[in-house]
Design a binder for this molecule. Structure first.
Ligand code: NAP
Length: 337
């Protein structure tokens, strides 16, 4: 086979705010032959997740920061083009941790073969049946601990994680209120996904008042995807023994000087439990959860959206969509039409 050239977007410097093309430039390099038990895959899809912004910084995180000069790390789905492992053959479709690059070389042990299932698009393994669906599943069920009649407030509610959180909470008999950044997103939540109410946080004015109005009986579970001022307002609306599931703090990822929450005293005032989590905490239960999510998707109990952007060279502007709210569902870059 002729030489393969890999275009890679790599971390040249740690960003202070939203990453610039100077901090994340590209280079074209020759793909080395795979070593023993290594596999080369041609990437078909790259998952863009807010967490990647955290890995670009060198603050302590649940996995190592991306090293300077390494390709930007992300989950990828690709087709095996060269294999030095008996476990994988050319043409196999696999998912692994790769990068913002056309080809990824990975140890066979780090690859998961993806079964071609009727009615399930490959991208679904990055969204509702992948990391974001699983985050929603474990976050609401294992951290939020919903009970029938609870009021659940979800921020970034129209996003990949938030939209699934709300639908699972509805199935548990909860009243669900979502916060999202446009009228269109709010309509999707209430008209298509069955949320009881939605707050457009960009136009509602005072967050605390808006939450109190939408949750007249108070909030029993706050599923926090954003941190910042929305978290602070939500803390003032919690009921006795409420739970706060801290999933992400996207409002601060590009702002290292963002102020921390001021209203944590409410944890004492209302005997609240606050718990952060990462989806990897529940690795042992992934198989069972994927089975349940797949059943809900196939029976139309969970609806979801994917926002697929074409072209590796659009990866950085596409990544921006997560932070300005222009993504419409799980954000994925497609490398081949
Ligand atoms: N703990 C875990 O294991 C885990 C795993 C996956 C994801 N997460 C976290 O879950 C959250 C959602 O991730 P996702 O992949 O589902 O992304 P997403 O919700 O599909 O996209 C991000 C959304 O966040 C909203 N947003 C951006 N900046 C904001 C701000 N300053 N204030 C309020 N909302 C803002 C935008 O929606 P609007 O239009 O509504 O503003 C945007 O569409 C992130 O915090 C992420 O880090 C955690």
């Amino acid at each position: 086979m002729s030489e393969l050239i890999n275009r890679q977007y790599y971390l040249a410097a740690r960003p202070k705010a939203f990453p610039t093309p100077e901090e994340v430039p590209f280079r074209d390099v020759v793909v080395a032959e795979p070593g023993p038990e290594e596999v080369v895959i041609r990437n078909l899809y790259i998952s863009l997740d807010p967490a990647i912004r955290g890995w670009m910084s060198d603050t302590p995180n649940y996995i190592e920061p991306i090293a300077i000069n390494d390709p930007v790390r992300s989950s990828v789905i690709g087709r095996v083009v060269k294999s030095a492992s008996d476990s994988f053959a050319e043409g196999d479709i696999v998912m692994t941790v790769g990068g913002w690059e056309r080809y990824t070389t990975a140890p066979a042990a780090a690859l998961n073969k993806i079964a071609d299932m009727p009615g399930i698009a490959l991208t679904n393994y990055l969204s509702v049946l992948g990391p974001t669906g699983l985050t929603a599943y474990f976050g609401i069920l294992k951290v939020g601990l919903p009970k029938p009649g609870d009021t659940v407030l979800v921020s970034a509610a129209a996003g990949a994680v938030g939209s699934v959180v709300g639908q699972i909470a509805k199935m548990q008999g909860c009243r669900v209120v979502g916060m999202a950044g446009s009228e269109e997103k709010c309509r999707w939540l209430t008209e298509d996904l069955g949320f009881d109410e939605a707050i457009n946080y960009k136009t509602c004015g005072d967050y605390q008042q808006a939450i109190q109005q939408a949750c007249p009986e108070g909030v029993d579970i706050y599923f926090d995807n954003v941190g910042g001022e929305i978290l602070d307002a939500a803390l003032l609306c919690l009921n006795k023994f409420a739970r706060v599931a801290v999933c992400g703090w996207i409002s601060s990822y590009n702002d290292s000087d963002a102020p921390g929450p001021k209203n944590l005293w409410q944890l004492v005032a209302e005997s609240v439990t606050i718990q952060g989590f990462v989806v990897l905490d529940y690795l042992d239960s992934f198989e069972e959860a994927i089975g349940q999510l797949a059943e809900w998707v196939m029976t139309d109990k969970i609806k979801f959206k994917e926002d697929i952007v074409d072209g590796l060279d659009n990866v950085l502007p596409a990544f921006m969509k997560l932070f300005n709210g222009t993504n419409d569902g799980k954000l994925v870059v497609r490398l081949e039409p």
